[in-house]
Ligand binder design. Structure first.
Ligand code: SF4
Ligand code: SF4
Length: 374
């Protein structure tokens, strides 16, 4: 995850409490692929009929996770709060002292759910919302803005931190500032902006819905500018590691500051798929990250998690880029020339070259040098 607010303004409000530091990696458990919504880009292709983690596998999964002492577990889905054994799973994670957060569509949160979350020490819930109005249901088919708004109020009233998870598409590019205002109004201090991932149903609509990389790079530049006014909100982007270098570039006043930021934020921001992130599916298959469900790296049915994570995931991309070790690109977006096609840093360079983005000459020279571009 790329902590834009922190990179640009040196400030984090709640992100440091949500597993950005300490421990040994992040494990996502997709407990169920059942969900009543039909988001057009759902990376896990969830539906009403999806499969669930079997009840008698919960102890095994938690045991495996505990054995690697992760810094964070994200319970996701499908919709995890509809998983019929969610209380037992959360109980097992809590007695093993595993820091856990929930990723939800926000439609099934009421007083009782909040009570259960508090009981099992869940103090952060990420809720999906693409547009802060009824228009949200146009893309997240079946969603209800009113129910989500009530859930947010309920959670904040009970002192549970909330983050909004927003997937960036042509349909919501125009609401970025509205979303920040919405967060501010409802006392929400975290906004995670996901670049559309070409996974699951997302691969079917990828070309259609994903803004061009140049537009995403301009959106990033715009965000960094307006974040000055919304410093009470941690804004992060997800699934494009080059964003952190772009953010560092756009917010630095000299080369030394830029190099220091790249060094400082690399560990948290570069792609760690299969190294310190793994994702477990209901059938116990293990994948390198939450969005990569094509390249299975093992199964808990046959191997311990520790062993699966010890095998280093081979990733060979962005040859020629001098920042590769510090970034590693996104393996989901490898183009034919073996480069992350959605690299926002490369897009910034192209925009600067044609005069659509004004950046200082030293930044252009820096980009020419590291990206080996002419
Ligand atoms: S070319 Fe690849 S490694 Fe280099 S900055 Fe872009 S995404 Fe990262
Ligand atoms: S492959 Fe890496 S950069 Fe891409 S979504 Fe997965 S963890 Fe993020």
């Amino acid at each position: 995850m790329i902590p834009l607010t922190e990179i640009a303004y040196g400030k984090a409000n709640i992100s440091h409490r949500i597993g950005s530091q300490g421990g040994r990696g992040i494990v996502v458990i997709n407990v169920s692929q059942k969900c009543p919504l039909k988001c057009v880009y759902c990376y896990s292709s969830s539906s009403r009929e999806g499969t669930e983690l079997e009840e008698d596998m919960i102890d095994k999964v938690v045991h495996e996770i505990a054995s690697i002492s992760p810094r964070l577990v994200i319970v996701s889905g499908g919709e995890p709060l509809l998983y019929r054994n969610i209380d037992y799973l959360l109980y097992k994670l809590s007695i093993n002292n595993i820091r856990t957060v929930i990723s939800s569509n926000g439609l099934f949160i009421d007083e009782n759910t909040v009570k259960m979350l508090r009981e099992y020490n869940i103090d952060y819930v990420g809720i999906s919302l693409d547009i802060p109005s009824g228009a949200d249901s146009k893309i997240r088919v079946g969603s209800s803005f009113e129910k989500i708004r009530e859930a947010l109020i309920q959670l904040r009233k009970s002192d549970v931190d909330v983050g909004i998870r927003m997937t960036l598409t042509w349909a919501n590019l125009y609401v970025l500032e509205d979303m920040l205002r919405f967060c501010h109004r409802y006392d929400i201090h975290r906004l995670c902006i996901y670049h559309l991932a070409p996974s699951g149903r997302g691969s079917e609509v990828y070309r259609l819905l994903k803004p061009s990389t140049e537009i995403e790079a301009l959106a990033l530049a715009y965000l960094i500018k307006i974040l000055r006014t919304y410093r009470d909100i941690d804004v992060l982007t997800v699934t494009e590691p080059s964003d952190y270098i772009s953010a560092a570039l756009l917010s630095s006043f000299c080369k030394r500051e830029l190099e220091e930021k790249i060094e400082r934020f690399s560990r948290r921001s570069k792609c760690n798929a299969g190294r310190s992130i793994v994702s477990i599916y209901p059938d116990l298959s293990v994948y390198p990250c939450q969005f990569d469900n094509r390249n299975k790296i093992g199964s808990l049915r046959t191997e311990p998690l520790r062993k699966i994570m010890e095998r280093r995931l081979e990733q060979d991309c962005c040859r020629g880029c001098r920042l590769w070790e510090l970034c590693r690109g996104c393996r989901l977006r490898l183009g034919e020339d073996n480069i992350d096609e959605d690299c926002t840093l490369r897009a910034l360079y192209k925009l600067a070259r044609v005069g659509r983005l004004r950046i200082e000459d030293w930044k252009v020279r820096f980009l020419e040098d590291v990206l080996a571009m002419d």
